[in-house]
Design a protein around this ligand. Sequence first.
Ligand code: FES
Length: 106
Amino acid sequence: VTGVRVTFKEADGSVRHGEGRVGQSVMELAVALGVAGIEAECGGACSCATCHVHVDEAWWERVGCCGELESDMLEFAPKLAVATSRLSCQIKLREALDGLVVAIAR
Ligand code: FES
């Protein structure tokens, strides 16, 4: 098994592809790639909402929604939260997510 591939769509329209490992968070992969707009100020503790992403609709069912703490945080997300909003530090990569597409919230 190789890594879990993730595509990040940045707010300016550029696209970055990365490959993470199972158990790593989508946020950690984004930071490693230097994806614009993922500040991850709290370092993955689900308390800053600066790792907010919009999960591609085609992936939403597989990714699923958030825990209670995360949904509370999303209410304070600095950028518009949508129906497929997640905090990327709370999405752990797993094999079923290979090919995942997320957009960075504008
Ligand atoms: S990195 Fe702070 S909430 Fe995700």
